[in-house]
Design a protein. Structure first.
Length: 540
């Protein structure tokens, strides 16, 4: 009666009524896991194919995923199912533990080859991405190999909003990644400023090396008494040698990683011209180029930053009381259609570089975070960098480097300290991108807070090997510790603190967990050996 009342089909019924996996021990999912599993299964039964399930650390995400996959598999709702993770150890642990009941139906994808005789596949993200058709695109691809037309429109909209709230006739240079990008940006700005373009089409001009009309207007753009052009879109032509005395807005929609190029570009706005009330300039940055201000090679500390909320004006008020950061959720792209010619070949300005370009027309794009930054007459800008924020937080927790080292060394499980700091707002992953991907939390803390040169995990592991640390152990125990050291170099300290690591390769060739632990003389001595290994790692 209930099924009939709900209008559930026979296929939906088969999935919804499929039982959970049980190993006979009466272990059942916790209440919140049951809720997550049932809601997901219900959504899938209704034909929903894009589902985001968010669960906190330690709440059993893998077990929950297993139960969802089990019901999909046993009910034959899905023929093949892929489970992805970002580290090998997570794949290996999952196959050995939670996913073990799948048995011979399960396989691990290697070298991007999937054997279709299996039904449950486990893989690293890296193992199934590679070609342009299936890889993940990121900021470095924008406007080069990947064109998001709505992104260009959004950038043009934000620039137009700013000018409308300040002065629409302030000279503006928009730096783009290439000539094609500069032309698309010009058109998007024309569409957003059609009233002024109607008065004079030279209000917005593309000034690039291949555009004679634009190059002819370069002198007019530079000349303070010339009203037009007002907005110039460019790629490289205006980077140097352009004395734009009255330029008050520099827009960076160009990926810049070279300090010299960055200084040359922002130098287009640093001229002071008292007769035209030009005492400062503004940078609007869409591609994180201004992160170079935090580089030690730049010239000094920042002074003021204004970070508007979603519905607030991009123009800072006269008095800024505090620094504010507003982050909004980026819309999840839905199905999209490509432009008529999505696989265009594009030649860049040098006439030699040719790449395959993907043009996507209707993926929704929104601002994830927004910050407009201003410079004073000394060229100083204020923003609390991630490193400065981290340093302040660490100084509140530890009185000195010695205090930190003492607490770190006394901690039997380093993961406890790492998690406590993460809960206080230390973003280890983001810091690792700045300091070094293969740096572990210990070195990140010492480097950011106390300017200690960081060592990579591999360097720390090699230092332990050079000291012949393992000679005091028996052969089997020595091989286990050597393998733990390799795991540390590969994936960090937290993994080697878990005895569960002994259930995966290469440890399984040394015996069962019990046999391995007994080779150290028991569990207490094994744990002590791991702690001593950690002490050896961090004594450098």
């Amino acid at each position: 009666m209930w099924i009939k009342h709900k209008g559930i089909t026979s296929q939906q019924e088969k999935l919804i009524t499929q039982d959970y996996y049980s190993d006979g021990s009466n272990k059942i999912p916790r209440y919140y896991q049951l809720l997550a599993i049932n809601k997901t299964i219900e959504a899938i039964s209704k034909g929903q194919n894009r589902i985001l399930l968010v669960m906190a650390t330690g709440t059993g995400k893998t077990f929950t995923a297993f139960q969802i996959i089990w019901r999909l598999w046993k009910s034959k709702t899905k023929k093949r199912i892929l489970f992805l993770a970002d580290r090998n150890i997570l794949i290996d642990q999952t196959m050995t533990n939670d996913f073990k009941p799948f048995g011979s139906a399960m396989t691990k994808i290697k070298k991007r080859q999937a054997n279709k005789s299996y039904e449950i596949y486990l893989s690293l993200y890296q193992a199934v991405t590679g070609s342009e058709e299936d890889r993940i695109f990121n900021q470095k691809d924008f406007d080069k190999s990947l064109v998001l037309e709505k992104r260009t429109e959004l950038v043009a909209k934000k620039v137009t909003e700013f000018l409308k709230q300040t002065n629409r006739f302030d000279k503006t240079i928009v730096f783009c990644d290439n000539i094609d990008h500069a032309e698309r940006m010009r058109q998007a700005l024309v569409n957003g400023n059609s009233d002024l373009v109607k008065e004079n089409y030279k209000y917005i001009m593309r000034i690039t090396g291949d555009n004679e009309e634009g190059k002819d207007e370069l002198d007019n753009f530079i000349f303070p008494e010339s009203k037009y052009p007002v907005i110039a879109t460019t790629s490289d032509l205006m980077t140097t040698g352009v004395d734009a005395q009255t330029c008050k807005l520099i827009v960076l929609d160009k990926r810049i990683q070279n300090m010299t190029t960055f200084k040359q570009i922002i130098g287009r706005g640093t001229r002071i011209h008292e007769d035209y009330n030009k005492y400062y300039f503004t940078i609007i940055d869409f591609k994180k180029a201004t992160e170079l201000f935090a580089d030690p090679d730049f010239d000094g500390d920042p002074v003021v930053v204004y970070e508007p909320g979603v519905n607030e004006s991009p123009v800072p008020p006269d008095d800024i009381d505090d620094d504010r950061t507003k982050t909004t959720t980026v819309n999840e792209p839905g199905d999209y259609t490509e432009s008529k010619n999505p696989f265009e070949d594009i030649n860049f300005q040098d006439g030699t570089k040719k790449i395959k370009r993907y043009v996507v027309s209707n993926v929704n794009v929104t601002i994830a975070s927004e910050r407009v930054q201003y410079f004073d007459a000394n060229g100083k800008l204020i923003t609390e960098s991630l490193k400065d924020y981290t340093k302040k937080t660490l100084y509140q927790e530890f009185t000195s480097l010695d205090d930190f080292l003492n607490k770190w060394n006394l901690a039997e499980i380093k993961q406890v300290i790492i998690e406590e700091l993460a809960n206080q707002g230390i973003f280890f992953e983001a810091l690792a991108e700045e300091v070094g991907i293969n740096i572990d939390p210990f070195d990140i803390i010492c480097h950011v807070a106390w300017d200690k040169p960081p060592l990579t995990r591999k360097e720390r592991a090699e230092n332990v090997k050079k000291r012949n640390y393992f000679t005091k152990y028996g052969e089997k125990a020595r091989k286990v510790l050597e393998a733990l050291l390799e795991k540390y170099a590969d994936s960090g300290i937290t993994n080697i603190e878990e005895t569960q690591i002994l259930t995966i390769n290469p440890f399984t060739k040394f015996g069962t967990i019990v046999e391995i632990i007994n080779s150290f003389g028991g569990q207490d001595k094994y744990l002590k050996a791991v702690q001593e290994l950690e002490q050896a790692l961090y004594c450098a």
